[in-house]
Design a protein around this ligand. Structure first.
Ligand code: TPP
Ligand code: MG
Length: 332
């Protein structure tokens, strides 16, 4: 639920901008599925259901200085940190101009140096110790910069999670770990992943704060991440945040979720869609009209159409570039 009592902290313009970014991420994701099913792009791994948490958290960070170590669902985070819609489609098509890897990595393995989006690996959770490393560098260089790292709840069972968090806690590093709990790790439901009630309960083992928030409550997520950001900059160390949402799509375009959950379960969660709740709140508050909402939809559609056309027609990497980024360039 959107908590309406806390919105005074954010201006009307900021709230509407947040909504636009959430919606942009959703509409890009929907387009990706169409392109995948039409045979145009090879793979989709969705952000659907997690956009509210991603955008609200991003707004609480310093977009011009912080480092983000996103996981594959974090389209909202990378858009906020400056990846363009065109670049997102270039990576989906695996084209040469893809800034993430020049079309070499799987889609949604984000990394863009100029926007401080740190490249991740395919093994889940490897980004947590990397984030601790970025936070350590920030502390050693006295740079007042926070590292923000995300992962799924299933991934929090990996050893890297413990090692990264424990190290960051001991050394009071400026790091925020956000676990996007979407109730499934591919086909495995939450009840078969962990025996504790909340993923955030694990924070006590590291001696740091752990908070669980409704992943559809943008204002509460913003507040909690902002607080964690202030703690990090004050030298008080990392915070573990868990956002509760629901994965609205199959795990990926290669997964058939009807083998382990029902249509009704998914449909029920679609009625609780956080983006729709956020839009309704903006309309109720008089911050957005239905007509303005339509204009936003149109603008987004146009931008996505242009990006799709551009990426579809862009060239693949040339064969002569095959070994680029594999070997050192000698003296550079
Ligand atoms: C170390 C490792 N083990 C297994 C996989 C295969 N794998 C990819 S995503 C995934 C599920 C992760 O679930 P969760 O962390 O809850 O994230 P979600 O996809 O639900 O957002 C698995 C098992 C992997 N990439 N890396
Ligand atoms: Mg999950």
């Amino acid at each position: 639920m959107v908590n309406q009592t806390k919105q005074a902290e954010l201006s009307k313009d900021t709230l509407v901008a947040m909504y636009q970014e959430m919606l942009l991420a959703r509409r890009i994701d929907e387009r990706m599925w169409l392109l995948n099913r039409a045979g145009s792009i090879p793979f989709v791994v969705s952000c659907q259901g997690q956009e509210v948490a991603q955008i609200a958290a991003s707004y609480a960070l310093n977009k011009d200085e912080d480092f983000v170590l996103p996981y594959y669902r974090d389209l909202g985070v990378v858009l906020h940190f400056g990846m363009t819609v065109k670049e997102v489609f270039l990576q989906a098509y695996g084209k040469a101009e893809d800034p993430n890897s020049g079309g070499r990595q799987m889609p949604s393995h984000y990394g863009q140096k100029k926007n401080r989006i740190v490249t991740g690996s395919s093994p889940v959770t490897t980004q947590v110790p990397h984030a601790a490393g970025f936070a350590l560098a920030s502390k050693m260089e006295k740079r007042n910069v926070v590292s923000f790292v995300t992962l799924g709840e299933g991934s929090s069972n990996q050893g890297d999670f413990h090692e990264g968090l424990n190290f960051a806690a001991v050394h009071k590093l400026p790091m925020i770990v956000m676990v996007e709990n979407n109730k499934y790790a591919i086909s495995v439901p939450l009840s078969r992943q962990v025996a504790c009630e909340n993923i955030s309960d694990r924070a006590i083992g590291y001696g740091i704060p752990g908070v669980t928030v409704d992943g559809n409550d943008a204002l509460e997520i913003y507040r909690v991440v902002k607080e964690a950001h202030e703690r990090a900059l004050n030298g008080e160390g990392p915070t573990l945040i868990e956002t509760i949402s629901y994965r609205l799509t199959p795990h990926s375009s290669d997964d058939d979720d009807m083998t382990y959950r029902t249509k009704d379960e998914v449909a029920d969660h679609r009625t609780l869609d956080g983006i729709a709740q956020f839009r309704d709140m903006l309309i109720e508050q008089g911050y957005l009209t239905e007509a303005e909402d339509q204009e936003i939809e149109e603008k987004i559609k146009q931008e996505i159409n242009e990006a799709t056309d551009y990426a579809e027609n862009a060239p693949y990497a040339g064969v002569s570039t095959l070994t680029d980024h594999v070997y050192g360039q000698g003296g550079e």
